[in-house]
Ligand binder design. Structure first.
Ligand SMILES: [Zn+2]
Length: 279
């Protein structure tokens, strides 16, 4: 899934590789997918996009937004984006294929669900997209300890788990259940801990970990559980993920535990991330 580090990596790669390319043809919905979402009638994408030139790409949280004059192409977290040079073998199943004048290709395919939206500026009304653009990014300077303490001290959140706080309802846009695992591991906080059990020091450590963990993931081109525009895994080696679940903790040697919790898998070290609220 695309989260903050991957959205930034993909945007950077699109800016380096696709900028200036002119669209020659577009195929939409070739392999119909129940949970592929489009903006308006997908059969009109070709007329909207034909002859347009890729100008730039930006990330907003977990969204990748590509600008082509007055048209935008927007992808969300469940979409695989791949670029192929002329003549390179590309997948036959896809929900969007863009061929450029130089015969290179951009393919978007949806895994479980995902949005492939094409629209004129301001014509697209989506709450998640709006929040992702409006709320502070955890990477911005304005997202400081004071701001973090403000959002975490909200009265209505005190009985919620730290996972629910950080990775749901777009409180921190683009911070999802994937990057959450290493953020909490680095802060030594159990994902099920209730907010009200966190000490001031733990809140500060959590804030530091949100910043430093995301920065490391971005510098290294995304997580090793995700693929970039060229199909390569990211350079950030995840500490807690499906890749490490059978290995002992690299800090204390105890087991990494995987559980299903609040609609997704959580991973934690039974030694480093204690859960006092359980007792
Ligand atoms: Zn440990």
């Amino acid at each position: 899934m695309i989260e903050i580090p991957e959205a930034i990596t993909l945007s950077n790669q699109i800016n380096k590789t696709l900028k200036g390319k002119k669209i020659n043809s577009v195929i939409v919905n070739q392999s119909p997918h129940k949970f592929a979402w489009y903006c308006g009638d997908p059969s009109k994408y070709d007329s909207k996009l034909n002859s347009k030139i890729i100008e730039s790409a930006h990330s907003h949280g977990g969204f990748v937004e590509v600008s082509l004059g007055d048209i935008k192409l927007l992808f969300n977290d469940g979409v695989n984006l791949r670029y192929f040079n002329k003549g390179e073998k590309h997948p036959q199943k896809h929900q969007l294929l863009i061929q450029f004048e130089d015969d290179s290709i951009l393919v978007a395919s949806v895994q479980m669900y995902g949005g492939i939206w094409c629209f004129k500026d301001e014509e697209f009304d989506n709450l998640y997209y709006k929040i992702a653009k409006e709320k502070l990014s955890p990477l911005s300077e304005k997202f400081d300890l004071k701001y973090f303490k403000e959002i975490i001290s909200d009265e209505s959140l005190q009985k919620k788990s730290i996972k629910a706080f950080l990775a749901t309802e777009q409180r921190v846009p683009g911070l999802g259940n994937g990057v959450l695992q290493d953020i909490l591991f680095n802060a030594k906080i159990h994902p099920k801990r209730r907010i009200l059990t966190l000490s001031n020091k733990e809140i500060e450590e959590l804030f530091d970990s949100v910043k430093s963990t995301l920065e490391e993931m971005i510098i290294k081109g995304g997580r090793d559980t995700e693929k970039d525009l060229f199909g390569c895994s990211g350079g950030y080696v995840t500490k807690l993920s499906k890749k490490t679940v059978k290995e002992p903790c690299r800090i204390c040697g105890r087991n990494i535990i995987k559980e299903t919790y609040q609609g997704g898998s959580i991973y934690y070290c039974e030694g480093c991330q204690l859960n006092p609220s359980k007792k």
